[in-house]
Design a protein around this ligand. Structure first.
Ligand code: SAH
Ligand code: SF4
Length: 361
C-alpha cells in the first residue's frame, strides 16, 4: 500500500496560510496550484527548497492521475482518474458552446465549457437505473480530490485559470451525502487567489436528501441546486430511488421552497425519462401541477441503457411530446442533448467499461 498523503488542494487559502509561514508563501503556492497547474513541488520555482521538502514529507500536490480518456465527436471528454488508494472515479469535460467568429473569421467569443465532477467513490443511494449504484459505496472523496478533478481537466485542456468555467456536481456519488467535503470544495473553488469560480457557476445535483438541502441552504454558498426528481408519484419514485421513502416528493419540494435562490434564476429539476414508466402525458400533467409554485426549469434526460439495465430508452416522439406538453403549460423545459453518447455518457459507465475490459484481459 502506498503512503497516502493529504493533497494541497485540500486547503482553503486561510488554512494554507496557517500551515505555511510566512503566510505570503501560501499565496505563492496557491498561484502554482491554481494558476500554473503545477504537478509537483519541484515546479514551484520561487518557493524555498527546505519549505518544499518539509511540505513534501506530509503532503502531495496532485492526488490523482488520469488512467483513461475518451473523446466524443461533439467535444465531450470523459476522464477516469485513479486515486492514491487505487480507487477510480470519473469526471467529464463538456463543450457547451462552440467558438464564435465574426464575418472576417475573427474570434469574438471563446467556446464555453462545463466540468462534471464526482463526489464519492460509488454511492449509497442505490437508484435502480444508475450504474454507479450497482457497485455499492466505497468512500467519500476528500475536498482535495473534488477540487483536483477540475484542476486536472483544465490543465489537460490547456484552459487558462482565468477563463470562466461552470461546475456541475453530477458525476459519481451523492454530493449531499458528503456535505462537509462538498462545501469545502465549493469554498476552495471560490477563492479569489485560486480558480475564482463563483457560487452561481456551481450546481449541486441531488437525488433529494431534503434535510441536507436545508443544511446546504443554510451555508449560504450561493450555489445552484438541481433536483433529480425523475417521478411525479411516490410509488414510482421509491422504486427508482429507494430513499424516497424517507425523503418523499413533498418533503423535497418544501425544502426547495426554503432554499436561498438567486431570484433571477430557476431551480433545475432533472427528469430521467424511461420508456413506459414515466414518459406518458399523465405524468407530464402531474409534473406541471407539482412544480406550479416554483420558478422551475425541467431538464428531460433520455435514460441511457447499459448491459443488464432493467429499463429502456424512451422514443424520440414520446420525449418531444412530453416536452411540448410542459412548455404549452408554462413550464420551461429542455431535453438534455445526448452529449458524449458514443463514449458511455451516464455516470459510472466508463468505470464499468474499464473494469469489464480488465476482467477480460
Ligand atoms: N447523485 C446525484 C448526482 C449524480 S447522478 C443525483 O442523483 O442527482 C448524475 C445524473 O446522472 C443524475 O441526474 C442521474 O439521474 C443521471 N443518471 C444516472 N444513471 C443514468 C442513466 N442510466 N441514464 C441517464 N442518466 C443517468
Ligand atoms: Fe447515487 Fe445519483 Fe446514481 Fe442515484 S443517480 S445512485 S444518487 S449517483
Amino acid at each position: 500500500m502506498t503512503n497516502i498523503k493529504q493533497s494541497l488542494y485540500d486547503f482553503t487559502l486561510k488554512e494554507l496560510s496557517e500551515l505555511v509561514k510566512p503566510s505570503f508563501r501560501a499565496k505563492q503556492i496557491y498561484g502554482w496550484l491554481y494558476h500554473q497547474y503545477a504537478q509537483s513541488f519541484e515546479e514551484m520555482k520561487n518557493i524555498p527548497k527546505n519549505l518544499k521538502e518539509e511540505l513534501a514529507e506530509k503532503y502531495i500536490v496532485n492526488p490523482m492521475k488520469i488512467v483513461r480518456k475518451e473523446e466524443s465527436s461533439d467535444g465531450t471528454i470523459k476522464y477516469l482518474f485513479e486515486l492514491q488508494d487505487g480507487k477510480t472515479v470519473e469526471a467529464v469535460w463538456l463543450k457547451m458552446k462552440e467558438d464564435q467568429f465574426d464575418e472576417d473569421g475573427k474570434l469574438i467569443q471563446e467556446a464555453k465549457y462545463t466540468i462534471c465532477v464526482s463526489t464519492q467513490v460509488g454511492c449509497k443511494v442505490g437508484c435502480a437505473f444508475c450504474l454507479t449504484a450497482k457497485g455499492g459505496f466505497t468512500r467519500d472523496l476528500t475536498a482535495g480530490e473534488i477540487v483536483a478533478q477540475v484542476v486536472n481537466l483544465k490543465r489537460d485542456n490547456e484552459h487558462k485559470h482565468n477563463r470562466k468555467i461552470n461546475i456541475v456536481y453530477m458525476g459519481m456519488g451523492e454530493p449531499l451525502d458528503n456535505l462537509d467535503n462538498l462545501a469545502k470544495a465549493i469554498e476552495i473553488f471560490k477563492e479569489d487567489d485560486g480558480l475564482s469560480i463563483s457560487g452561481k457557476r456551481q450546481t449541486v445535483s441531488t437525488s433529494g436528501l431534503s434535510n441536507k438541502i436545508d443544511a446546504l441552504g443554510k451555508m449560504d454558498l450561493g450555489v445552484h441546486i438541481a433536483i433529480s426528481l425523475h417521478a411525479v408519484d411516490d410509488a414510482l419514485r421509491t422504486e427508482l430511488i429507494p430513499m424516497n421513502k424517507a425523503h418523499n416528493i413533498n418533503s423535497i419540494i418544501d425544502a426547495v421552497k426554503r432554499f436561498p435562490i438567486d431570484t433571477r434564476k430557476r431551480v433545475m429539476f432533472e427528469y430521467l425519462v424511461i420508456k413506459n414508466k414515466n414518459d406518458d402525458l399523465g405524468s407530464a400533467k402531474k409534473l406541471v401541477k407539482l412544480l406550479s409554485g416554483i420558478k422551475a426549469k425541467v431538464n428531460l434526460i433520455y435514460f441511457n441503457p447499459y448491459p443488464g439495465s432493467d429499463y429502456e430508452r424512451p422514443s424520440y416522439e414520446d420525449m418531444h411530446k412530453f416536452q411540448e406538453y410542459l412548455i404549452k403549460h408554462g413550464l420551461l423545459s429542455t431535453i438534455r442533448d445526448s452529449k458524449g453518447i458514443d463514449i458511455s455518457a451516464a455516470c459510472g459507465q466508463l468505470k464499468e467499461k474499464t473494469q469489464e475490459e480488465m476482467k477480460q484481459s
